[in-house]
Design a protein around this ligand. Structure first.
Ligand code: NDP
Length: 389
């Protein structure tokens, strides 16, 4: 397997230059988003899926180790890895010995590819594992990403990338120092309806965007001691968990980042349950030129909308952020994209990037940018003041 290797300074400079161009970095080094995942400018909704992400471009399948065998790994990522073309489920890292047998049997994983959090660093000597996918509670992402990078493994980290900007930077630095790629699990960048919204907004297919609304929430039903309700481990409530998709949706609609934020916490109707995290939150993201995107996120209401209105038309995804069943329409009619396995496409795309030494369209820098915005939203809600980003 050809490893991603930036041994010479010249290669590294060239890589960073290409990365910056591909991501549309500003002089300040902030990614503004691009349409890397979209390769069509058509305005008709009656199109086939256009993104080539996931197509096998040849070469050996890369081995992925899932780290943290919770609901997302079990219910989504492992099944998706049965459908990938460029990568496969090669190993597991878990703190629960009782999960090991079932995973080994179900996915034919050999003993030598099973790790605990204690012996995980030995993964550096395992040529079967090319990529470690970190799927633990949010505040633990940093530790495992850094250890994976030191073991010279490429890394995918689940969203939100971390709970502080400093952690995100540490993770990015560790991956750079060890010449491995870092990507965030932003599956919707590989989903056709959402890709279409990127195109409609960023390419101004219906003219300049005037209005954006995004809302994402669900009725949470975890035990009171679950990490999602624990500020230390989650970094926050619904905003960190699912509101991040609204931030993402607004930013990939416009292809640029906000300049200021206002926000307000919702009332806590269940204060005993939501002890350390918010129950709901609403916020506004202000952009240069005056556009204000309106967003809400809740652990107490089902919602999943991404709506945009431009000069000559509108679009609406609802549900916009789910694993399947995404529906969309525009002022010109219904969107008719086929259902895809988002996670399979996302992992195949990253494996393809690693194999071909190409920058991912959802890199650590994007994860950091979003965590910075999430924390600014919390600051605005806490202080009741407009916060610049
Ligand atoms: P779960 O609680 O279901 O699983 C988390 C797993 O992390 C546990 O099962 C455990 O695995 C491991 N873990 C390690 N340390 C701890 C700890 N101290 N407390 C609890 N668990 C620990 O969470 P999810 O799978 O739902 O979420 C995991 C991550 O994936 C989060 O960052 C979340 O935001 C993200 N996610 C992303 C989604 C997406 O659509 N992109 C959807 C859902 C989640 P083990 O027993 O193997 O050690």
């Amino acid at each position: 397997m050809k490893k991603f290797n930036l041994s010479s300074a010249a290669n590294r400079r060239e890589f960073l230059k290409n990365l910056s161009l591909a991501l549309g970095f500003t002089a300040a080094g902030i990614s503004l988003l691009s349409l890397n995942s979209c390769n069509s400018n058509k305005s008709s909704e009656k199109e086939q899926n256009r993104n080539a992400a996931g197509k096998n471009t040849g070469g050996k399948k890369l081995g992925i180790a899932l780290l943290g065998l919770g609901k997302y790994s079990e219910g989504q990522l492992a099944p998706a890895l049965q459908e990938t073309e460029n990568c496969y489920l090669a190993g597991i890292v878990t703190g629960s010995p009782d999960k090991v047998d079932k995973w080994k049997r179900q996915y034919d994983i050999p003993d030598k590819n099973v790790y605990s959090y204690e012996n995980f660093d030995q993964i550096k000597d395992n040529p079967d594992i090319d990529i470690v996918y970190v799927v633990t509670p949010n505040a633990l992402h940093r530790e495992y990403v850094v250890r994976a990078a030191r073991a010279k493994k490429h890394v995918i980290c689940e969203k939100p990338m971390a709970t502080t900007v400093e952690d995100c930077q540490t993770m990015i630095d560790a991956c750079k120092q060890n010449n491995v790629q870092l990507s965030v699990g932003y599956r919707l960048h590989f989903e056709p309806h959402n890709q279409r919204v990127m195109e409609l907004g960023q390419k101004e297919v219906f003219g300049p965007v005037k209005t954006i609304k995004a809302t994402n929430g669900f009725k949470i039903n975890v035990k009171p001691d679950d990490w999602r309700l624990n500020q230390q481990l989650a970094g926050g409530g619904p905003l960190m968990d699912v509101g991040i998709y609204c931030v993402q949706g607004v930013l990939y609609t416009l292809g640029r980042a906000p300049i200021a934020i206002t926000a307000k916490y919702g009332d806590k109707t269940r204060p005993d349950y939501f002890k350390t995290v918010e129950q709901s939150i609403s916020w506004q993201m202000q952009f240069e030129g005056g556009l204000i995107a309106d967003c809400t996120s809740s652990y107490n209401a089902e919602a999943g909308l991404l709506y945009g209105e431009a000069q000559d038309g509108w679009w609406r995804l609802d549900p916009a952020y789910s694993y399947s069943g995404i529906k969309g329409e525009t002022s010109r009619g219904k969107m008719e994209f086929e259902e895809v396995n988002q996670q399979a496409r996302q992992m195949d795309d990253f494996a393809n990037c690693v194999r071909n030494n190409k920058p991912t369209s959802v890199p650590g820098e994007m994860g950091l940018r979003d965590v910075r915005i999430l924390l600014a939203i919390y600051e605005a809600a806490r202080t009741n003041k407009k916060v610049g980003v």
